[in-house]
Design a protein. Structure first.
Length: 195
């Protein structure tokens, strides 16, 4: 069965954030904010490190092409109060039946510890499971990335697998999570803040 196409990436809002489609002019800000060991170390080993000077420009081109083909949604995370530029990214793509991974994100360490990534992830999760009507989301992270682990726990996801994986920091374990629409709606009904 072919992988379903994504609709054009919409602008999404949360109480503190605007999630808007990435654009070419975001590349310099991504280059500045993303090329930090604290972010890159827990990513798949195919992310080049040290990050090349043209890494963000090439990556944004790839993202824009994937969005045009309907393969993925790529959002810039922009605070409603604070910097006018993005402070991180969050992405979403349909289940291809094999990767067991459908969402990725990063946030500049300057903004860690404020619940912003959970807020962004909640909004994108609601978009996928409620607005698009997907039955589930497969999510993953490096096992030692405790902050990413906590975002998934807070959303009501459950661990379904652990497998060896090579990350930028070296050999590690990929933790795969499953978040069903039913679990998400139950989590929301228990008083989780709406996106």
């Amino acid at each position: 069965m072919p992988t379903p196409k994504m609709p054009p990436t919409p602008v999404l809002h949360t109480p503190r954030l605007v999630l808007r489609p990435i654009r070419t002019k975001d590349a310099p800000v991504i280059q500045q904010r993303f090329a930090k060991w604290e972010i890159v170390r827990w990513l798949n080993a195919n992310v080049p490190w040290p990050y090349p000077a043209d890494g963000a420009a090439r990556h944004v081109e790839d993202c824009l092409a994937a969005m045009a083909r309907g393969e993925k949604c790529h959002w810039a995370i922009v605070p409603k109060r604070g910097p006018a530029d993005l402070i991180g990214r969050i992405d979403l793509w349909p289940d291809d039946g094999s990767s067991r991974d459908q969402r990725g994100f990063w946030l500049d360490p300057e903004f860690w510890g404020r619940g912003l990534m959970t807020e962004a992830a909640n909004r994108v999760t609601d978009y996928a499971l409620v607005e698009l009507g997907w039955p589930q989301l497969f999510l993953s992270n490096a096992e030692i990335n405790r902050a990413s682990h906590r975002v998934k726990e807070k959303q009501g996801a459950t661990i379904v697998d652990r497998t060896p994986r090579r990350y930028v920091y070296g050999d590690g374990v990929k933790v795969t999570w499953l978040l069903t629409r039913e679990a998400w709606l139950a989590h929301r009904a228990k008083g989780a803040p709406p996106p």
